[in-house]
Design a protein around this ligand. Structure first.
Ligand SMILES: Nc1ncnc2c1ncn2[C@@H]1O[C@H](COP(=O)(O)OP(=O)(O)O)[C@@H](O)[C@H]1O
Ligand SMILES: O=C(O)C1=C[C@@H](OP(=O)(O)O)[C@@H](O)[C@H](O)C1
Ligand SMILES: [Mg+2]
Length: 168
């Protein structure tokens, strides 16, 4: 959450001339409400159930760049759909760097609200074992969104060249 998936995903899509899909934005469109409003009116279990259906469906879209919600990958069905159909990048950030962003995130991330800093830190570390299951992990510490997007694009292009060495 708040690592930069939406910002970086959009940049990657532009650089690869692909359509970008942000699952949270799609959910917001479906309900005509913001994520905090959905949490507020329907509760987290309802959001998680809808997020599962929506993410599993969108993960099957071809030739797209998809940004999922930070809590989504904790769900085994979502993990399976993403790992089966997509190339999954894990954007890793150190707690020390991420906690400096908290004031930017608090209003729009209901999961952070009503938690003190030690509970937020606990949540941060608790999620790491699920995030460890991925196709490619990259550290975003001290890197701009643009730098991370370039790195992802370069690594994909390199992999495609290795896969089809004559098609350069
Ligand atoms: N590499 C970065 N360095 C510093 N701030 C960033 C970086 N990437 C994103 N941000 C900022 O962090 C906040 C969360 O970014 P966002 O893309 O919404 O993350 P996510 O989709 O993972 O929740 C935004 O205010 C964004 O401008
Ligand atoms: O980590 C989470 O549980 C959440 C992360 C958010 O998305 P971002 O990861 O894009 O912030 C959004 O799906 C919702 O507020 C719940
Ligand atoms: Mg996002």
């Amino acid at each position: 959450m708040g690592v930069g998936k939406t910002t970086i995903g959009e940049l990657v899509a532009k650089k690869l001339y692909r359509t970008f899909i942000d699952v949270d934005k799609e959910i917001e469109k479906d309900f005509g409400m913001t994520i905090p409003e959905i949490f507020d009116q329907h509760g987290e279990p309802f959001f998680r159930d809808y997020e599962k259906k929506k993410t599993c469906l969108l993960a099957q879209e071809k030739l797209k760049v998809l940004s999922i919600g930070g809590g989504a990958f904790l769900n085994p069905d979502i993990r399976k759909a993403c790992l089966d159909h997509c190339i999954v990048f894990y954007l890793d950030v150190a707690w020390e760097e991420w906690k400096e962003r908290l004031n930017l995130l608090i209003d729009s991330r209901p999961i952070l609200q009503s938690k003190d800093i030690s509970e937020i830190e606990e949540l941060f570390y608790k999620r790491q074992s699920a995030y460890a299951i991925n196709h490619s992990k990259l550290s975003i510490n001290h890197r701009s969104a643009e730098e991370v997007a370039d790195f992802i694009v370069d690594s994909l292009k390199y992999a495609w060249e290795l896969y089809e060495p004559n098609n350069v």
